[in-house]
Design a protein around this ligand. Structure first.
Ligand code: GAL
Length: 371
């Protein structure tokens, strides 16, 4: 069934969780780290990369603060970043198992390859909550955004920019998808294709190794050669970092009037590019909602607060290895020039002064973002 992706998406209440009725018995499933613990807990946090600014700028600090707030400032977060290296993440996970942290929040570089590590944590009695990306293996819960919806919102907004109902199905676009080891990338792509297939012509499509902007740039340069820069009427870029690479390639090919280009993550420079019109849209994902919920889940899990844990995980998802995983899927919003105020500014993600620096003053004024 196709869901309707409006600008402000409907909350993901599609699946009624059995866990909500207590039927899954989250406690006593063999993955309890220890008898109920107090506030003196250690949460292990494994994040995948640094190329994208969200992880160090938002995910980690928000989770850390929330864990401290929930534990009377006694709990701590041990954070490791894998720099897009799956083997490095596997050893970071092993170290956390050896150190006997109480619970692990895992944002996988390679969701399939990390399954062994997840099993080892489970065998050691350490619960693992998959964070943002659905790791394979016996995870206890999953917290993320509605990732298929992310793709739908991107696809739909791109079509709007290309003429809405008047869009010509012969119009060529390029698709710059995310990393093939990231299950979210598959969902973004599927969501986008549900909007784009048959409506426009997808002239070239790439999966981008490690989500790296420079890889997207190189792929875009190839696409331009094959299609011709003037024939590209739109670019689906799965995230903001890659959108920057796409823009570099188009500019290097002498394009002065950029076609509409999508993104995701509401990175600061993407918001600025949206203001100047270089990038058409991004997807704003409320990091506080995702990260604070993850912290709440982790603490509830370790402290044996099953009712609270169940109430946090009312959705359900399946991974390639596990079924009916208790989950929380947070909705997302398309971010364009028109709703900067209601999204990143309203949530305090950025201050107006960070966005509207001297270089962007005129664009800010034109968009009604007065200082
Ligand atoms: C995805 C994540 C996005 C972004 C991307 C890498 O898995 O959902 O928010 O971080 O990885 O840029």
């Amino acid at each position: 069934m196709r869901r309707i992706a409006t600008a402000v998406a409907a909350a993901s209440t599609m699946t009624l969780s059995l866990a909500a009725c207590g039927a899954l018995g989250v406690a006593g499933d063999g993955s309890e780290a220890s008898p109920t613990k107090g506030n003196d807990i250690t949460v292990g946090l494994l994040l995948p990369e640094t190329a994208n600014t969200r992880y160090d700028k938002f995910d980690y600090p928000i989770i850390k603060n929330k864990v401290q707030e929930l534990t009377d400032r006694q709990g701590k977060v041990v954070y490791r970043n894998a720099d897009a290296d799956a083997a490095k993440q596997a050893s970071q996970l092993q170290k956390m198992i050896d150190d006997q942290v109480d619970v692990i929040l895992l944002d996988a570089v390679d969701a399939h390859a990390i399954a062994d590590g997840v099993q080892k944590a489970k065998d050691a009695g350490i619960p693992v909550i998959a964070y943002d990306r659905l790791a394979e293996g016996p995870i206890d819960a999953y917290v993320s955004f509605d990732n298929e919806l992310v793709g739908e919102v991107q696809g739909r907004t791109l079509l709007e920019a290309m003429g809405g109902t008047d869009v010509d199905s012969a119009d060529k676009i390029v698709m710059m998808n995310g990393s093939p080891t990231d299950p979210n990338a598959k969902q973004f792509k599927a969501g986008a294709l549900s909007e784009l297939n048959g409506t426009v012509t997808i002239a070239k499509s790439y999966d981008t190794k490690d989500w790296k902007p420079e890889n997207a740039q190189a792929n875009m340069a190839q696409a331009i050669k094959a299609i011709g820069s003037n024939n590209i009427k739109g670019v689906y870029s799965a995230n903001d970092g890659m959108a920057a690479g796409v823009i570099k390639a188009l500019e290097a090919a002498g394009v002065t009037e950029l076609p509409p280009i999508t993104g995701q993550d509401a990175e600061l420079d993407a918001v600025q590019r949206i203001l100047t019109g270089e990038q058409y849209m991004s997807v704003y994902k409320s990091y506080p909602q995702e990260a604070e919920s993850a912290a709440e889940m982790a603490v509830a899990k370790v402290q044996g607060r099953d009712i609270q844990f169940d109430s946090l995980t009312q959705d359900q998802v399946d991974s390639p290895t596990d079924k009916d995983i208790p989950a929380l899927l947070v909705p997302v919003v398309a971010l364009t020039k028109n709703n900067i105020e209601e999204t990143v500014l309203a949530d305090g993600i950025y201050q107006l002064s960070e966005i509207c620096t001297t270089k962007y003053k005129a664009a800010c004024l034109a968009a009604g973002l007065d200082k």
